[in-house]
Every structure is written in structure tokens, then in C-alpha cells.
Design a protein around this ligand. Sequence first.
Ligand code: HEM
Length: 85
Amino acid sequence: MSKLFTYEQVAEHNKREDLWMIIDNKVYDITAFVDEHPGGEEVLIDEGARDATGPFEDVGHSPDAREMLVKYYLGDVDPSVSGLI
Ligand code: HEM
């Protein structure tokens, strides 16, 4: 079973040196990726620490970009508290 996180837990990881992000109800630790993002670090810091599914999809990220997410995966958003924010 995957690890579950609340929105509050994700929101604590809101810094460039410690940055999490939710995409499609999955939680990612993207700290190591901030330097590598072709779209720059600013958007990741702005959209990080919360659900960034909308902005991520709006950009029309490639299959390669989606594949990159795999190695940053931590777990899922706790479904019992999802949808609160
Ligand atoms: C950890 C999550 C993310 C990953 C792995 C990722 C990965 C990538 C990759 C690989 C590209 C190059 C184009 C492509 O292959 O699609 C890209 C471009 C871009 N990304 Fe992300 N991205 C992430 C999150 C975001 C978020 C949340 C935003 C917010 C708007 C964003 C904005 C952009 C923009 C604007 C570009 C275009 C850069 C350009 O071509 O000038 N990305 N991203």
C-alpha cells in the first residue's frame, strides 16, 4: 500500500531546498528537480507545496515530463481528506 499524505503535510514542504508537489493526487518530492526543470525553478516554487495538477496540465507537458515524475514519487494524497483545498 502506498504512503498517504494530507494537504497539510505537503504544504510544509514549501521551500526551494525542500519542495513537494501534488499532481493527480500523487505526492512528489521535487527538491532535486528544481534545478533541472526546463520551465525554470520559479514556477515550481510558486506552484509547489500544493496541488499543481491544473498548471501542470495547462502547459501540455510531454510524455517524457510525465515519466520524470516517477522517480520523485513519495505516495498518494490521503483520500479521506482530499478535496479540502
Ligand atoms: C515536477 C513536475 C514537473 C516536471 C517533471 C516538469 C517537466 C518539464 C519538462 C520535461 C519540460 C520540457 C518540455 C516537455 O517535455 O514537456 C517542462 C517545460 C515546462 N514546464 Fe514543467 N514540469 C513540472 C511541473 C511544472 C509546473 C507545475 C509548471 C507550472 C506552470 C510547469 C511549467 C513549465 C513550462 C512553462 C514549461 C515550458 C518551458 C519552455 O519550453 O519554455 N512545469 N517541464
